[in-house]
Ligand binder design. Sequence first.
Ligand code: AMP
Length: 416
Amino acid sequence: MTDFNSFKLLPSILDIIEAKGYKHPTLVQERTIPVLLKGHDVLGIAQTGTGKTASFSLPLLDRLVKKKKQLKPNEIRALIIAPTRELATQIHKSVLSYSEGLDISSAVIIGGVRKSNQIELMTSGIDIVVATPGRFMDLMGGGHILFDQLEVFVLDEADMMLDMGFYDDVKTIASKLPVKKQTVMFSATMPKQIELLAKSILVRPIKIAATQQSSTLDKVSQSVYTVLEENKLPLLLNLLSNDSVERVLVFCKAKYAVADIVEALIKNNISNGEIHSNRTQNERNQAIKDFTEGNVRVLVATDLASRGLHIDNVTHVINYNMPDDATFYVHRIGRTARAGREGTAISFCSERDLGPLRKVQKLIQLVIPKITKHPFHHEYAPLKKGHHRPSSASLRQRKTMSQTKISAKKKFLEHL
Ligand code: AMP
């Protein structure tokens, strides 16, 4: 098994890794770190939870520390772009922990917080900036970011960037960067448009695939509860009456459902938090903090949060409804069984969830076992092959998709 010492990382960085208790590199680290240390561009297929943040952060820190530069105001040396505020914040947290004690400055530039503070911060010149595209474009447009010293560009979760309609923003940002630099792009999947983007921004990249998806899924015990839509809330409360359902992430497709669930939890004195696009960034951060620190038992979230949440001991993920996009299911249940632990994923399926359930089972190549011994069990007639009962959300989405694709998808994402 590879050892971190076999990489030619600086001793100060190896010390940090040791202090963090990492014994061996993960697969993506084993494959990516040596390649980045040699200066190549990388195109990586890996999801969150595989250790990919360290795989690009450690070589980046190594490079910046080895050749320390005095930055002028507004100059940056590395830019990491991520699609959501949560992801950018999580990446920045990791960067901070991997650079503890090193003479490296870093900052996170995201929307939902005061721009003036970020503008002020940039005046000192920052080694590593982690940002979401919108706010970064804003600061860039105002001349608050200078790229003369930029050496490394990392684009994380590129496929999600596309899903969220940031494709053009990413291309604009990439076009402003110096030609001579190292570029790293990570994506969980590789749709055609992402391949094209990769071609346009990477130079002779080394391709690395390290999804480890199946092993993560293997550690999650998955089950389906078929239930009438109106009985989902009572079923949720019934499950939560069991104390072993300890630290629970409940996923919903749309934010209006989150409000109903939160109301029921409050009525039943079950501590909870919520994250979706109607919450301010501070509220979202606070909800995640409360949940991480164990102050609240249930966190209700839309798919906005299904990627990038670093909470290591979620015992249960409950899919209050099935996502229309089957890949979201994988991201959702990947929030449990992290850091080598076991986890449980329970999916509530009413009639409108049966079509999406079928798509999920096709994707993960598994018939998820059905639990029938519960007070709200409802048996549905099996779907005939090729027949789908589309959910109202997917009908809504399908209608808008026939207009212009990207704006429709953006609209759909506003439900999150
Ligand atoms: P990431 O995929 O970057 O989101 O990382 C997922 C989790 O794995 C984080 O909690 C990291 O702290 C942890 N991690 C990253 N690399 C290692 C490693 N080599 N050994 C143990 N844990 C790790």
